[in-house]
Ligand binder design. Structure first.
Ligand SMILES: [Zn+2]
Length: 455
């Protein structure tokens, strides 16, 4: 099976140029002007952009959390991904005390094998070292292609937090193995103290979700994690960065030579804490919460300056009735929002509007996530890479609504968002999976991506 995409503008992290792209058996084998090759399928992309499929390196599908399970199954979540130009998702299964990494991952793979509509990989969340066994098992996991692990510095009551010594042990071990530790940084003790105070005072609206975990509560944990990474000389990846002070600490440490990677999400680039004052404020409840306008502006500035490596979504939607559990008590709102189908269109819209370049959008949504997380065949339009390709129409207007998305939720924080420019086709390893509004792929066609450790 061969595919020839003719006359589009190919975008890489460093340049854009008009060229034909030819793929055979799912792999790009030729790129050039007016290629004289015949293919099983030829697509005219003139006037359109030809982009690498995005990697959403932060999703929570079919995840038990907040007293329920996130709304998207692996099937509906990866179907939505395909329709938003995301051709690889990274899920975050959570290991629990007594559980193993590979046992957990295999149980997820059994489901994904049947349901995945795009390719997938795992960052395994570690919540307990099982007396040190997990540190040993990490070597096997890395050999199996699971080369990143996550630590929560928060969710203490939920039994998911690790203490600083555990975090440092994991960082040192990951460094030995050429793997990477991701952290969710917020300070749980201060959050719990604030929550108790607000509930005592009868302050129960979504606004108090923000006030119980404001900028400085995230910043403390960001800085602590960066401090350990710097002093133990280990690489660190901070997920969903949302505050200016923590971001600045990361930038400073990088300038001093530390290997600190920073991820942010579209919701932190788009919204501010003002959303929690809205009547539907609970629908925006996620952790960390959206912050003040200074943080939003700092994130955009850092993105443009190259201090943000990746943009991913933390996709973890819940249904309205579940969000409503917290109508009169913000602590009962399941934390998480939709995003996987909106990531690439949102960042590309920002490029179309001139806020960033298309090259930058490709860099932070595709090339960097592939490089940082060891997906050697992903993330760029280049010879030898998988033909994960998005054809993007810069002139197509699109308004996001829960009704025109391909997930399983009944509302979205992106409702009504107007985008100028939208993906018109997505190819997964050379196969068309999204065509002008419709999912046309096959559940079960996504493959596990065995990643390569940095050695
Ligand atoms: Zn997350």
């Amino acid at each position: 099976m061969s595919l020839l995409i003719k006359g589009g503008t190919v975008v890489t992290p460093t340049e854009s140029f008009v060229a034909d792209v030819y793929a055979e058996n799912g792999i790009i084998t030729a790129i050039g002007k007016d290629l004289k090759i015949s293919a099983d399928k030829t697509v005219d992309a003139s006037g359109k952009l030809v982009l690498p499929g995005a990697l959403d390196v932060h999703t929570h599908m079919a995840m038990p959390f907040g007293g329920t399970v996130s709304a998207d199954s692996y099937l509906t979540g990866t179907r939505a991904a395909a329709c938003g130009g995301v051709t690889t998702v990274f899920d975050y299964p959570v290991q629990r005390k007594g559980g193993t990494i590979l046992g957990l991952v295999r149980s997820k793979m059994d489901v994904l094998e049947k349901e995945a509509c795009v390719d997938y990989a795992f960052h395994c969340c570690i919540t307990d070292l099982n007396g040190g066994e997990i540190l040993d098992e990490m070597e096997l996991a890395v050999k199996e292609g699971i080369t990143s692990f996550k630590c929560f510095l928060v969710y203490k009551k939920e039994g998911m937090m690790v203490d600083d010594a555990t975090l440092v042990k994991l960082m040192i071990r990951a460094k030995e193995l050429g793997a990477l530790i991701n952290v969710h940084a917020e300070n749980p003790d201060i959050i719990d103290m604030n929550i108790a105070k607000f509930l005592r005072e009868g302050k129960t609206s979504a606004w108090y979700h923000y006030l119980s975990r404001p900028e400085f509560v995230e910043a403390e944990a960001d800085k602590r994690a960066v401090h350990w990474a710097k002093n133990f000389d280990a690489p660190l990846y901070i997920v969903h960065m949302a505050d200016k002070e923590g971001l600045e600490a990361c930038i400073k440490a990088r300038e001093e030579g530390a290997s600190i990677y920073v991820e942010t999400c579209p919701q932190y680039l788009e919204f501010t804490n003002e959303v929690y004052k809205r009547k539907d404020g609970r629908n925006f409840v996620c952790s960390p919460p959206m912050k003040g306008i200074e943080s939003r502006e700092a994130l955009w500035a850092a993105l443009k300056a190259g201090f943000i490596d990746t943009v991913a979504t933390d996709h973890c939607p819940f249904q309205s009735y579940e969000k409503d559990w917290g109508k009169d008590d913000f602590t009962k709102i399941p934390n998480g929002c939709a995003g996987v189908e909106n990531l690439y269109p949102y960042m590309l819209d920002a490029a179309n509007a001139g806020k960033i370049t298309f090259e930058k959008a490709v860099e932070v949504c595709a090339a960097n996530p592939a490089r940082i997380f060891g997906c050697e065949t992903k993330g760029s339009i280049a010879i030898g890479k998988d033909a994960d390709i998005v054809i993007y129409d810069k002139d197509k207007d699109f308004t996001v609504s829960a009704q025109n998305m391909h997930s399983n939720y009944d509302h979205t924080i992106w409702e009504g968002k107007k985008l100028h420019g939208y993906p018109v086709q997505t190819y997964l390893r050379g196969n068309l999976v999204y065509d002008n509004g419709d999912f046309v792929g096959k559940p079960g066609s996504g493959r596990f991506i065995k990643r390569i450790a940095k050695k």
